[in-house]
Design a protein around this ligand. Structure first.
Ligand code: COA
Length: 245
């Protein structure tokens, strides 16, 4: 895939690399990025060669500094914005991908930057990463699922504090809150993501995909229904691999 301006999409040995690529604007998420991300996510979902995906930010300073504030000030009307959302539900598409997604974050991780990471399954941060949700200071609420995905990840109280007070946290605190799986040096960020990707790729992709579905869908279900889901996916996997359940 080519012709992108603000995203770089590469594939190597079954790993897809999505780089948010507006370093001069700290990789702020603009409409162009939304459109390109939508296209890339569709390709990731449909391409059997892609087994695992790593998301990262270009440049030294940021994974993503949130929504593009220059566009925010000239936003279309709520009706147009809502129509655009129905046409291109990037976040719904993100969460529907049944492949493992890894976020490798450095520097500023703000607003939609956190929300992109929350659509991923494994989150790594470098020591210099700083996380914040500036939305309340702008008089808005998260628009990319953050009000739902953040409390499901770090719990209601911690999410409410970050979302209501706008307090930024360090990589160390993000680790303690379980917002990120681990913190590594800046130099080790991508290699660590690749090590995890390589381990995942060694396994049966269908088993990995069903594990992701069982866990992510199960989190929203009562235990009994979650156990049924696990049993159903287990039977389906056994059928697909020709084994007895
Ligand atoms: N939208 C558009 N442009 C942004 C941006 C954003 N969210 N965040 C940073 N940029 C741009 C800056 O305007 C600046 O552009 P310029 O060089 O043309 O002036 C460039 O990125 C570098 O940012 P700068 O502010 O100079 O870097 P800094 O290290 O001094 O500060 C931040 C970094 C993240 C603290 C600061 O840029 C900031 O507060 N950004 C806005 C964060 C935000 O509110 N995001 C919205 C979330 S909903």
């Amino acid at each position: 895939m080519s012709g992108f301006e603000v995203i770089i999409y590469e594939k190597q040995d079954g790993t897809g690399y999505v780089t948010l690529n507006r370093p001069q604007a700290l990789n702020a998420y603009n409409i162009r990025m939304r459109d390109e991300l939508y296209e890339v996510l569709g390709a990731i979902r449909d391409d059997p060669e892609v087994r695992v995906v790593i998301f990262k930010g270009a440049g030294e300073k940021a994974f993503c500094a949130g929504a593009d504030l220059s566009e925010f000030l000239t936003a279309p009307s709520p009706i147009i914005a809502r129509r655009a959302r129905f046409e291109r539900d990037v976040w719904g598409l993100f969460l529907s991908i049944e492949k493992p997604l890894i976020a490798a974050m450095h520097g500023y991780v703000l607003g939609s930057g956190i929300e992109i990471a929350l659509c991923c399954d494994i989150r790594l941060a470098s020591e210099d990463a700083r996380f914040g949700l500036p939305e309340p200071g702008l008089g808005i609420i998260p628009a990319a699922g953050g009000s739902q995905t953040l409390p499901r990840t770090i719990g209601g109280a911690a999410a409410l504090e970050m979302l209501m007070s706008g307090r930024w946290i360090t990589a160390g605190e993000a680790y303690r809150l379980k917002l990120v799986n681990r913190v590594v040096s800046r130099a080790d960020l991508l290699p660590e993501a690749e090590r995890i990707a390589d381990k995942i790729k060694a396994y049966n992709p269908l088993a990995v995909s069903y594990i992701k579905q069982a866990v992510t869908r199960g989190l929203d279900l009562p235990l009994e229904a979650g156990l049924e889901l696990e049993a159903k996916l287990g039977r389906r996997l056994a059928l697909a691999t020709g084994e007895r359940a």
